[in-house]
Write a protein that binds this ligand. Sequence first.
Ligand SMILES: [Zn+2]
Ligand SMILES: [Zn+2]
Length: 272
Amino acid sequence: VINDVPLVPEAPPRPSFAKRIQRANELAERYLAASEVLAYYGRLAFHQEQIYQSCLPSDESNFADLFPMLIEAVLPAFPEFARSLAQFAPEPLRDRATALARADFQQQHELLSGVTHGEVKELAAADHFIALAFLQPCAERLAETELPSMAKPQTTCPVCASEAICSVLRDRGQGAGRSLVCSLCMNEWSFLRVACPACGEERFESLPVYTPEQDSHLRIDACDTCRHYIKTIDMTKDGLAVPIVDELAGVTLDLWANQNGYRKLTRNVAGL
Ligand SMILES: [Zn+2]
Ligand SMILES: [Zn+2]
C-alpha cells in the first residue's frame, strides 16, 4: 500500500438489477438515439434477474469447471426465457428467439455451450446475443465467489476468459484508474490506463480517443494497430453511471467508430 491506495484495488460491487433497470430508464430519456435499445435492455434485465435468482451460489468456485455444469442446470429455463425475449427484443433477435424456444434440447444445449471461454465467435450473431443474454446472470452468479488472480493486467476476464464489453475510469486517489468489465460475467478487473485490450498496444500515438462534445463521460478508445475499439465510461465525470448500461446508451459512438473503420472488441446483448 502506497499513500493508502491499495496496489490491487478492490473491485466495486456489481450494480443490482434494479439499479441497472433504473439507469436504463433514465438514460432512455437522455439518449434518444439509444432509447429503443435501452428499453429492450431494461426488460431484459428484469428477466435476467429471474435467471440470476434461480442459479444457486456456490461456496467455492472454479469457473472453468462449474460453468458447464451450471448450463446443464439452467437449461430447462431457456425455452421460457427465449419466448419472453421474442416479445420485446429488436427485430433480428426476435425471430431467432422464437425459433430457439422451439428447438430441441440438444440444439439449445449446443447454443449455450458455445458461449463458454470466449468461443462465441463460432456462433451466428443473433445466436450469440440470445445465449449471452441468458447466460450473463448465470456467469455473474458464479463469478461472485471467484477471486480472480490479479497478477498482471490481462486483456481477457481473469474469471471466465471472455472479452471486455467496456472499460471504466474510476477515481483512485492519485488520478483515474482504468478497469475492464467482462462481457459475460460482469467481473471488473484493473487494466493499464493506456493500452489496447485487443492487441496490447501501449504507444500513446497509436491509441486515438474520441469524446463527443456534448457528453464527456462516454468515449471511444480506439487502436490504430489492430483497428479495434472499446467504449470507456468515465465515472470521474458521472459517478452515477452503471457501466454496462451506459455502454448501451452510446450507440452514436459505435456509429462514429464504424464510420472510421474500427471494429468493436466484442458486442453487447443488443448486438451493438
Ligand atoms: Zn468474465
Ligand atoms: Zn489494438
